[in-house]
Design a protein around this ligand. Sequence first.
Ligand SMILES: [Zn+2]
Length: 292
Amino acid sequence: MLMEEVYINKKLLWLRKEWNKMPELPEVETVINYLKQEILGEKILAIDVKNLKFLKNASLKEFKDQLENKILKNIFRKGKYLIFVLSNDAYMVSHLRMEGKYFVDHDLINRKHDYLIFQLSNNKILSYNDSRQFGTFYLTKNLDQLKELNKIALDPLDEDFNLNYLYNKSKKSKKNIKCFLLDQSIVSGIGNIYASEILFDAKINPLVQADKLSKEDIQRIINSSQKILKKAIEYNGTTIHTFSFGPNKTGEFNKFLKVVYREKKNCFNCDYPIKRIKQQSRSTFYCPKCQK
Ligand SMILES: [Zn+2]
């Protein structure tokens, strides 16, 4: 094997490892925005489930009985779970895990790895595609009773995500602030890419212990979290690995990354070289001069 090939293979492996938590909150929000435009108000006429392992708490019969001939009234998100609201007040709760994707087509396309196919009114077809088959589907009449949803912490776009909440949590944590932000029991929805970008924006060193940060520091982190996630949603998420939604649509936020992937390149603020370190075996990118 040529040296370049070894290098390319290593780089690909590294990319896979780095981004294997995809999709993150902005990607899920992007998928929801796409689905709302395409299928809200449509009736589910028939469902074809090609692999029953995706249905976690319902039999095929229950799944079809609850969802067929019902209208899709709304779609929203809790953490990274997509919640479809049906006209009989049942909820279909879907998690994409690593590679789940939704497509809306006007013809039946026999795409590889399409496992759930929803025939909708107006000749629309909603397909759930998942090459890794890690995705999950739940059915419930009461969201409070679904334990998967109960353990999800607030995310930065939740109304109750405020200084009081995050400062109290930070005072009890000896973790460094990067790993603190990745702890899904404290904050949901901030993945590895966004954690580095948020801390750069807030000018906080990723190695600082969470309980050492001032109220002002925490407020800056909150502001930056909301700013970065909203911007990522605006640009349809970050496409690094396989995230995509709908036909030929991919995210563009990666054009706006300021530190991630910029190891040894000059900081946009101060020209100092961006540094890459490992925290909990995942890469963190930061500017040692701007983030003291
Ligand atoms: Zn800098």
